[in-house]
Design a protein around this ligand. Structure first.
Ligand SMILES: [Zn+2]
Length: 73
């Protein structure tokens, strides 16, 4: 059985059509790495915490977050 291999940056599979990998076979030619580096992670955390505070049910015994992408899931 052959094990599926994935890009170490964006986790796209090697079997994806029209994808190219570097000579090591570790990273694909997508722009995911550059986009990831450009993200303002501290700003994202602040947005997330504000959203949680807005939607939290006050006095609840515990919190539960179910992340979804808004796509097929
Ligand atoms: Zn990639």
């Amino acid at each position: 059985m052959t094990r599926m291999r994935y890009c170490s940056t964006c986790i796209l599979p090697h079997a994806r059509p029209n994808i190219r990998f570097d000579t090591n076979g570790l990273n694909c030619n997508c722009a995911a790495a550059e986009k990831k580096a450009a993200v303002d992670w501290a700003g994202r955390e602040k947005m997330f915490r504000e959203l949680v505070e807005e939607t939290r049910i006050k006095g609840a015994r515990y919190d539960c977050i179910i992340p979804v992408s808004g796509g097929k899931d």
